[in-house]
Design a binder for this molecule. Structure first.
Ligand SMILES: [Zn+2]
Length: 354
C-alpha cells in the first residue's frame, strides 16, 4: 500500500432491500435518475410470469416508456441481440429483473452503451447482483469481465423467498468463499507485491462471517434467511467496488469452480462449487476447513463431489488445472498448481471424495 496512490471508488447510489419494495420501484428510480424517460427491462422466461409483468405495470404507470426483452442465457450472442434492441429503441436505462444471467447481460449491455443499470435480483444466488463484474459466456475466458456497478440494487425479499432453495444455498457458498479469497489476496500481496486493500478485504470477510454467524437463520430458508444472504452478497459486491477488482471475493476456490465449469459434463451451481472449493483451499491455507464444512452442511449446501453431482475424477482434474484458469491471479495453488496425487489427497483428506 502506498500513501500517494490515487484510489477512485465508484459505488451504487441506492440499495433497497426489504419486503414488497417493488411497489415503490418507480419512486426509487426517479430519486436517482430524475430525467429517466425510457428503459428496457430484461428478464428470464420464468421470472416474467412471477415478477416482471407487475414491475412493467408499475413503471408504465409512472410515465416511463418501457420495453421488455426475455433472455434465456448470458452468451455473447444474447448480449448482441440486446445491444441491437437498445440501439433500435434508443432507451436511456436498463433494468434487469431476474437471476445472475439476466443481471450479467443487463450490466454488460448498459456498460457498452454507457447508460445506467438497475439490478433487481429475484434470487440470492451469487454476488454478481451488485458488483461491477459480469460473466458472459463465449468471451475468451470463463471468469468475469469488468463493467460498471449498478446505480441501484432493489431486492424484494418477498420475491426472492419464492426462488428455489438451492439458489439461496448457492449464494451462501459464494459468500463463504471470501474466507479463502482474502487469504489468497494477502498471499499475493506478500509474495508478489500485488495491491492489497485492508478495508475491502475486511468487508469481504464480513460477508463470509455473516453467513457463519447466521447459519441457523439461513437453514430456515425463510424471508429472514433471504435478507441475511442478500446483505452478505451486497457487502461482498461493495468490497469489489472498493478494491476495483474481484480480488477480495474470488481466489483459489473460485478458480476451482471455474475449472469445474470447464471440465465437468454437468457442473453444479457457481456458489455450490465455490463452497466445496473453500473447504479444500482452507485446508491448503492451514485454516479450519472443518468449520467451513460444518457450516455448509448446516445450511444444506453440498460438501462432497457426490452431492455436487460431479465425479471424483472431474474434481481432481479441476484441482490440477485451476491455476491455469487465470494465471495472473496468484493463489495458494501457486504457479505450477497441484499434482494429480496432491489433488487426490486434498480431496480425500477433506472428505470431498471417498
Ligand atoms: Zn462468486
Amino acid at each position: 500500500m502506498c500513501a500517494k496512490r490515487i484510489h477512485i471508488i465508484d459505488l451504487p447510489k441506492k440499495i433497497v432491500v426489504g419486503r414488497s419494495v417493488r411497489y415503490n420501484i418507480s419512486q426509487y428510480i426517479k430519486e436517482i435518475l430524475p430525467n429517466i424517460s425510457s428503459c428496457l427491462v430484461i428478464t428470464g422466461p420464468h421470472v416474467y410470469k412471477i415478477a416482471t409483468k407487475e414491475i412493467l405495470e408499475f413503471l408504465e404507470e409512472s410515465g416511463i416508456n418501457v420495453s421488455n426483452m426475455i433472455v434465456e442465457d448470458s452468451s455473447i450472442k444474447t448480449v448482441e441481440k440486446v445491444l441491437n434492441e437498445v440501439r433500435d429503441l434508443n432507451v436511456d436505462s436498463i433494468i434487469s429483473v431476474g437471476g445472475g444471467k439476466v443481471i450479467d447481460v443487463g450490466k454488460f449491455v448498459a456498460f457498452k452503451k454507457n447508460i445506467p443499470f438497475i439490478s433487481m435480483p429475484t434470487a440470492a444466488s451469487h454476488d454478481g447482483i451488485a458488483s461491477p463484474f459480469a460473466s458472459i459466456k463465449g468471451l475468451e475466458r470463463p471468469t468475469s469481465v469488468r463493467t460498471r456497478e449498478p446505480v441501484m440494487i432493489i431486492a424484494d425479499t418477498e420475491i426472492i423467498t419464492k426462488a428455489p432453495r438451492r439458489l439461496l444455498i448457492s449464494g451462501s457458498g459464494d459468500a463463504i468463499a471470501k474466507l479463502t479469497a482474502v487469504l489468497d489476496w494477502r498471499l499475493a500481496y506478500k509474495l508478489k507485491n500485488e495491491y492489497y486493500g485492508e478495508y475491502a478485504a475486511s468487508l469481504a470477510l464480513l460477508s463470509a462471517k455473516h453467513i457463519i454467524n447466521f447459519s441457523d437463520v439461513i437453514r430456515r430458508y425463510d424471508e429472514e434467511a433471504v435478507r441475511v444472504v442478500i446483505e452478505a452478497l451486497i457487502s461482498s459486491s461493495i468490497a469489489m467496488c472498493i478494491a476495483g477488482s474481484t480480488r477480495p471475493c474470488s481466489g483459489s476456490e473460485h478458480l476451482f469452480s471455474h475449472a469445474l465449469d470447464v471440465v465437468a459434463p454437468k457442473p453444479a451451481l457457481h456458489g455450490e462449487q465455490c463452497g466445496v472449493g473453500t473447504i479444500m483451499m482452507s485446508y491448503l491455507h492451514g485454516r479450519n476447513w472443518r468449520k467451513v464444512k460444518n457450516t455448509l452442511r448446516k445450511i444444506g449446501a453440498p460438501t462432497t463431489a457426490k452431492e455436487l453431482g460431479i465425479s471424483d475424477y472431474h474434481v481432481i482434474k479441476a484441482l490440477t488445472i485451476a491455476h491455469k484458469i487465470r494465471p495472473e491471479r496468484y493463489t495458494i495453488l501457486g504457479e505450477s498448481g497441484l499434482t494429480w496425487e496432491a489433488a487426490e489427497n486434498l480431496a480425500r483428506i477433506t472428505g470431498v471424495i471417498d
